[in-house]
Design a protein around this ligand. Structure first.
Ligand SMILES: [Zn+2]
Ligand SMILES: [Zn+2]
Length: 269
């Protein structure tokens, strides 16, 4: 919640006029409690998890001939009903697990000052390095968690659910055991805990992660994908191989980049 009642008070405190983005944020968030702004994380998950895989799912259904030449495992086709079931069950599970966690951890977030909600909004020069740090923290921690999930007990008890789809689709990105949803949320939240940010940066970071996860699980390798321009980025082909090999696989554990697999000699493809 912003502690000023009017735009004029905010501008007096800032010593300048609000930018367009700041005026929009002020109008949207001025009377909202901070815990509700923090809970937007769940809302962001739902919106991006619903919308990101949708164009490819529609393309595959409406124009399969166009999509097929880029499909990594062209012989595997998931029916629209199977895709919808996967989406519905995954989205419901993540929301059921995430919502109480966001509420439980909110007091810690508040006391430790991990997230701020007021004005001014962060500049691009603040956001960009934060997102870089969050990516590397996420990538390193999730690499080791994913490796642990491939030990015999953890795989048979937890991670086998995620590997149900040997040819994944975007909607299968969060198809996981509830314990995995919890465990793999840790690397996503550690970055902002280490380097505190504005809640809008946190929501941006979360939306980027949901889109990246959908992209790496999409099952298609498009040569014109902008992700191919990012050095050491794994992408769909890289993670598709991990799913194709299945539970016995001990390679391509990274969730974003490939450097951990390269350093620890677990990279293939
Ligand atoms: Zn795995
Ligand atoms: Zn996966």
């Amino acid at each position: 919640m912003i502690r000023y009642a009017t735009a004029a008070e905010v501008e007096a405190a800032l010593g300048r006029a609000m930018t367009c983005a700041e005026a929009t944020w002020f109008q949207y968030s001025a009377t909202m409690p901070d815990y509700w702004l923090w809970w937007h994380t769940a809302l962001v998950f739902l919106v991006f998890y619903t919308l990101t895989p949708l164009p490819l799912a529609l393309l595959e259904h409406l124009a399969p001939a166009v999509a097929l030449k880029y499909k990594l495992q062209p012989r595997v086709r998931l029916s629209p009903a199977a895709l919808f079931r996967c989406y519905r069950d995954s989205a419901r599970l993540v929301l059921i697990v995430m919502s109480p966690c966001l509420i439980v951890f909110y007091p810690i977030v508040k006391v430790m000052g991990i997230i701020r909600t007021g004005l001014p909004l962060p500049s691009i020069w603040e956001i960009a390095p934060q997102l870089v740090v969050y990516h590397f923290v996420e990538d390193y921690l999730s690499y080791w968690i994913h490796r642990l999930l491939h030990t015999k007990w953890a795989y048979n008890s937890i991670h086998h659910v995620h590997h149900e789809f040997r040819a994944p689709a975007g909607f299968a990105a969060s198809h996981s055991h509830w314990a995995e949803v919890l465990i793999l949320a840790i690397p996503t939240f550690v970055g902002p805990a280490v380097v505190p940010c504005h809640v809008t940066t946190h929501l941006l970071w979360f939306s980027v992660r949901v889109m990246e996860a959908a992209e790496t699980h999409c099952g298609y390798d498009f040569p014109f994908s902008p992700a191919k321009l990012i050095p050491f980025y794994g992408g769909a082909e890289y993670h598709d191989y991990h799913h194709y090999v299945g539970g016995h696989g001990q390679s391509n554990f990274s969730s974003i980049f490939t450097y951990c697999d390269f350093i620890y000699r677990t990279n293939k493809v």
